[in-house]
Design a binder for this molecule. Structure first.
Ligand SMILES: NC(=O)c1ccc[n+]([C@@H]2O[C@H](COP(=O)([O-])OP(=O)(O)OC[C@H]3O[C@@H](n4cnc5c(N)ncnc54)[C@H](O)[C@@H]3O)[C@@H](O)[C@H]2O)c1
Length: 401
């Protein structure tokens, strides 16, 4: 069995590493630097071990390529390309479109096409299938299915093998073949009645997180105004054994999923005459957090940050990954700059960001912790400045959000 995987980022490479233990995998990506590193056995994704890539290459089971023609002869093709928002915060399916073109122009035999990219209900049926048919000269009778990816880079304990996976095909045959494929490396496959249910479930999972994070961030603001410790309140509520799930306050949400996916649902809802007010407001609350934090820090420091040396600690959007996509640190830095602070950032896991290198974890008037990586000790953070504000709850002795 030959497998083509379009996109070798977080999702595509994770699948490649698992699938190449069983199948012959060709990982196609437009990024030649990534492809050449992969072919040298170097993984660029946390959670994907370079050892697995090397083993795949040595066994002749894995190769990365920038040549789309290499996916010819694939029995299965998995789409794992970005699905961002455009400048108007509307779904941007241009990467999906280009993946469809690659598939249509290069497959030589009918294949099973599986979409793992996150998108709104109807994407497989009304967008991917018609696009491949439109671009294809060979008019091959492909099968189509969906299996939204749930990987959480950096999470320990949950992986491709033990995380339940939703599957649905456009035909019973597609569902059957999709089950057979994932069953080789995933223990728990959950079949749903249509691709639209799987697509909607994936969006709702992330919407649930976005709304609850916003709710707890609102509670953090209310608690501060009332002089109540928000984290103690949440721990107290969490002693209820049912009907409560604990989320914790933060500087906001980041990454490719939580700040983005709910807008796919909201957009489709609006197109169908329903306003997703919860999603819109949750988005706003989370996006307002950096400004709220900058204002709180200013108020603790004599009401002004003008000329003060402020160090933002941790610019990745979550601990122990180098991913800065949609990081709330960016909005915080903007807000601090607008208030006249002299802003630098420290993040040894990220290293370089926006053309700048990580600054030293020392010598600031104020430090604000956005993300605390495991390799950074609380002691070192507390020594970085006389005033430390912690949005993570992980730096004991700092002023807490
Ligand atoms: N990262 C996550 O934790 C995660 C989790 C679940 C779902 N998803 C979803 O999976 C999809 C992929 O996300 P990701 O995090 O892997 O993105 P990513 O940016 O890490 O990787 C995408 C890769 O696709 C490549 N690419 C773009 N267009 C291409 C094309 N036409 N042909 C070949 N390669 C192309 C890019 O160069 C990049 O290397 C998105 O829809 C995302 O929402 C991501």
């Amino acid at each position: 069995m030959r497998l083509g995987i379009i996109g070798q980022g977080y999702v595509g490479l994770t699948i490649s590493a698992f699938a190449s233990k069983h199948y012959e995998v060709v990982g196609f990506d437009l990024n030649s630097k990534v492809v050449s590193e992969l072919n040298n056995g170097i993984s660029h994704i946390e959670g994907v071990d370079s050892k697995d890539i090397k083993e795949g290459i040595q066994a002749g089971k894995y190769k990365a390529t920038t040549d789309a023609a290499d996916i010819a002869g694939s029995d299965i093709v998995v789409i794992a390309v970005p699905t961002p928002l455009d400048s108007n915060r509307k779904p941007d399916l241009t990467y999906i479109d280009s993946a469809c073109k690659v598939i249509a122009e290069n497959l030589t035999e009918p294949a099973l096409i599986i979409n793992e990219s996150t998108s709104h209900p109807g994407t497989l049926r009304n967008y991917i299938k018609p696009a491949i048919e439109k671009y294809s000269k060979a008019k091959l009778a492909h099968e189509y299915a969906i299996s939204p990816e749930r990987v959480d880079p950096g999470r320990v304990g949950w992986n491709q093998k033990n995380t339940p996976r939703l599957i649905a095909g456009l035909t019973p045959e597609a569902t059957h073949r999709t089950r057979e494929f994932y069953a080789t490396f995933c223990d728990n496959l959950v079949e749903v009645s249509s691709p639209e249910v799987a697509e909607a479930a994936k969006l709702f999972e992330n919407t649930f997180r976005q709304v609850n994070i916003a709710l707890v961030n609102e509670l953090a603001q209310i608690s501060h105004a009332l002089g109540i410790d928000v984290r103690e309140t949440l721990d107290a509520a969490n002693t209820k054994p049912y009907g409560f799930m604990k989320f914790t306050p933060s500087a906001g949400v980041g990454g490719h999923c939580i700040p983005v996916d709910p807008s796919y649902l909201a957009h489709l809802a609006l197109e169908n005459g329903v306003r997703a007010t919860f999603i819109e407001r949750a988005n706003e609350v989370n996006l307002e957090m950096p400004t709220y934090i900058a204002q709180r820090v200013a108020s603790d420091n004599g009401g002004s940050l003008k000329g003060k040396k402020v160090l933002v600690v941790g610019v990745a959007y979550k601990p122990n990954v180098a991913d800065t996509r949609e990081t709330p640190a960016e909005h915080l830095i903007e807000a601090l700059n607008e208030m006249g602070a002299v802003v630098t950032w420290n993040d040894e896991v990220v290293g370089n960001w926006k053309g700048q290198s990580s600054s030293a974890l020392s010598g600031a008037d104020i430090a604000i912790v956005v993300t605390k990586h495991g390799v950074v000790s609380s002691g070192a953070i507390l020594k970085a400045a006389p005033y430390v504000f912690d949005t993570t709850g992980g730096v004991k002795g700092a002023v807490q959000l």
